[in-house]
Design a protein around this ligand. Structure first.
Ligand SMILES: Cc1cc2nc3c(=O)[nH]c(=O)nc-3n(C[C@H](O)[C@H](O)[C@H](O)COP(=O)(O)OP(=O)(O)OC[C@H]3O[C@@H](n4cnc5c(N)ncnc54)[C@H](O)[C@@H]3O)c2cc1C
Length: 341
């Protein structure tokens, strides 16, 4: 018997190798969201993310022209997603076990998933003293009781580059937390690669208006004499960027001032809630100290029901209109940039 398997390669836009195509159409054009999905799939480990635009040093020589990077890139054949999306439940919640950026619900959801053995590893975005992002693998809820793995870091993080290792090491499954673009990248790679489809069991998206390069945010804040090394929390809320220090002092300024350092790729995004996730979590739509939780999948629902049964969180009503308002604001802000791409 003869088996034939035909892999459909994407159509090129130039004569170069595939990475040269990705570079021209997505990276150099400024469309790239920096989700990092291309770094995961590159079979020669050539593509790099980090605190700089996506690059592949010496790609003319090293790229094997397999087309994988182009195949999984959410911005190659870009079909922008938007809105609140389909959901089973939308609720405000606050973890009783963990503190976090808002209600600590992302941390709670991952801890519950570990306890339920839906997953045996979860990738979190931790930080160093200067707020540079670093990825940590959480295997036990206890690891989340202290430290800085919870909480929002307003900088790109190498979640996707770390996914490959996590997926291959998984015994039960992997949970990931990411911005909406990362979740879109994950879904693309899951449709191409069986191990990702089978092993990534839970994807939590964070509501997102924009992200930043760490060095640009640090320099911007340094110009305002804000030293991130002394900060314990950074937050964007109600149009303000707020930095909180160890002694409780706060400095805030209009988030519009950050427009000059918004990475180009974020200006093409209209997906505020991360509609391809299992669960989306954000700040808007809930009282202070609570997270807005949008449950979309059966797995997400089982985890939230477990949290309820165990009494791990307090619940309240979330304001759908407030979420829709910010989702629509993002569409209005960036729709023009999508014309003609
Ligand atoms: C760049 C960015 C922009 C955001 N913009 C908005 C917004 O405009 N409106 C809004 O309502 N909410 C926004 N959020 C989400 C919000 O800040 C909180 O993360 C969310 O409400 C969850 O709070 P929590 O207490 O439940 O999470 P926690 O329990 O504190 O957990 C936070 C989780 O986020 C992960 N994380 C932290 N930083 C990053 C990062 N850079 N990339 C990927 N994962 C990360 C951590 O690993 C952790 O798993 C944004 C988040 C990010 C990362």
């Amino acid at each position: 018997m003869v088996f034939s398997h035909v892999v459909q390669l994407p159509e090129k836009i130039n004569e170069l190798k595939y990475f040269g195509n990705l570079k021209e159409k997505v990276i150099d054009s400024g469309l790239c969201s920096h989700c990092g999905t291309c770094t995961v799939i590159c079979p020669v480990y050539g593509i790099q993310a980090g605190d700089k635009p996506i690059e592949f040093p010496d790609w003319e020589k090293e790229c094997i022209d397999c087309g994988s990077c182009v195949k999984v890139c959410p911005r190659w054949d870009y079909k922008p997603l938007s809105g609140v999306g389909d959901y089973i439940e939308l609720i405000a919640a606050k973890s009783k076990r963990f503190s976090g950026q808002d209600g600590g619900m992302v941390t709670e959801i991952m801890a519950a998933a570990l306890e339920m053995e839906v997953i045996d590893a979860s990738l979190f975005v931790d930080r160093d003293e200067e707020w540079r992002t670093k990825i940590v693998t959480i295997r036990k809820p206890k690891q989340l009781e202290k430290g800085t793995a919870s909480g929002t870091k307003y900088s790109f993080a190498d979640v996707m580059p770390e996914m490959r290792k996590a997926v291959f090491r998984a015994r039960k499954g992997v949970g990931m937390v990411g911005t909406p673009c990362m979740v879109s990248g994950l879904r693309n790679i899951q449709s191409e690669v069986t191990s990702f489809r089978e092993n990534v069991k839970l994807a939590v998206a964070l509501f997102c208006t924009e992200n930043f390069y760490w060095h640009q945010l640090r320099d911007f804040l340094a110009n305002k004499e804000i030293d991130l090394r002394k900060a314990v929390k950074t937050d964007i809320t109600k149009g303000k960027f707020i930095v909180t220090f160890e002694d409780g002092e706060e400095i805030s300024f209009s988030v519009k001032e950050l427009d000059e350092i918004i990475p180009s790729g974020c200006k093409f995004c209209i997906d505020f809630t991360g509609i391809e996730s299992d669960v989306s979590v954000g700040s808007v739509g809930s009282d202070a100290g609570y997270s807005t939780v949008i449950v979309r999948s059966k797995t997400g629902k089982e985890i939230l029901d477990f949290i309820r049964e165990q009494g791990y969180a307090d619940f309240g009503e979330a304001d759908l209109t407030a979420v829709e308002k910010l989702a629509n604001f993002k569409i209005k802000k960036n729709r023009k940039n999508l014309e003609g791409i």
